[in-house]
Write a protein that binds this ligand. Structure first.
Ligand SMILES: Nc1ncnc2c1ncn2[C@@H]1O[C@H](COP(=O)(O)OP(=O)(O)OP(=O)(O)O)[C@@H](O)[C@H]1O
Ligand SMILES: [Mg+2]
Length: 281
């Protein structure tokens, strides 16, 4: 049996959209769905209690879990759904839980934050910190597009996004659009030749995945311009955008590269940020 998909809930609409998305993926992958709500334990004298004393808060947490579980079961009757109330710091607890999960799914926003905030602290605290896919869902998807988008930089040493992107495309019977954006002055006369060469490089990097997933229809888009803009533009016609957690940018120590960071904020569909499960650097 594969590991479960985890969804985090806080009573917000975005979290329920994350639950529905997670239930759908769990059904396709034939794995269980675990819904988690994390409660901060009450603090007394600067120290958290072992157990929360506030029954009202616990009941409220249990009510929101029951609502989320009922929604998941109603949407996908074939999925085994469980729920759990845990105590502690939300991001820390979810990071620990994600170690034994197929993927962890959260809403882009929750109940806190402020109007106009694009990405809450939980999505930001998980993406790049957790090995495997972290999926951030921005509201309920309107229609099924039948396309998954993956960002590719052929210069990267590893391509953790490709495993998940190909698996999801195969599980959904969706097309896969691999987007590679590159930037250089428009005055260069050899742009056609460079685009052609980039296409070929991308195709050769993709070869192991296309061989493993012969039924996935793959399109390679080589785009001149900023990668965040190119991926967000493609996200308007996609069901999911998949990116790695970090490329080979200037700040090597950063957990989240600028492309993943930008896509998480501005994409118009759910975003999966994938960090390799085994450290390769
Ligand atoms: N206590 C929690 N337990 C489990 N999942 C949570 C919890 N809080 C938030 N989440 C998950 O994270 C998502 C984003 O919420 P998040 O808290 O990051 O944003 P926010 O409340 O808008 O802003 P802030 O970062 O100020 O809290 C939610 O949709 C939900 O999926
Ligand atoms: Mg919050």
């Amino acid at each position: 049996m594969s590991e479960p998909i985890i969804a985090g809930v806080d009573g917000s609409r975005a979290a329920l959209a994350a639950v529905l998305w997670a239930a759908d993926v769990a059904a396709r992958r034939a794995c269980d769905l675990r819904i988690i709500h994390v409660m901060a334990p009450p603090v007394h004298g600067g120290k958290p209690y072992e157990r929360p004393l506030d029954d009202a808060a616990r009941e409220e947490g249990e009510r929101m879990l029951a609502e989320a579980a009922a929604l998941a079961t109603e949407s996908r009757k074939d999925v085994h759904v469980s729920s759990e109330l845990l105590y502690g710091h939300t991001t820390e607890i979810l990071r620990a839980q994600a170690v034994e999960a197929e993927a962890i799914v959260v809403g882009s926003r929750g109940l806190d934050g402020f109007p106009g905030l694009l990405l809450g602290s939980v999505g930001l605290g998980l993406a790049g910190h957790v090995a495997g896919p972290v999926v951030v869902v921005h509201g309920a998807p309107a229609i099924v597009q039948g396309e998954i988008v993956a960002g590719l930089n052929p210069d990267d040493a590893v391509h953790p996004a490709l495993d998940y992107a190909f698996e999801e495309a195969q599980a959904r019977g969706a097309r896969l659009r691999v987007v590679h954006a590159w930037d250089m002055p428009s005055s260069r006369p050899d742009q056609e030749i460079i685009t052609q060469a980039q296409q070929e490089r991308a195709r050769s990097v993709l070869a192991p995945w296309t061989n493993r997933h012969p039924r996935v229809e793959v399109t390679v888009s080589v785009v001149r311009g900023n990668p965040v803009a190119a991926l967000c533009e493609a996200s308007a016609r996609a069901d999911l955008v998949v990116v790695g957690s970090r490329g080979r940018g200037v700040i090597r120590s950063a957990v989240l590269g600028s492309v993943s960071h930008g896509v998480l904020h501005y994409a118009s569909c759910p975003v999966a940020v994938v960090r390799p499960r085994i450290r390769t650097d």
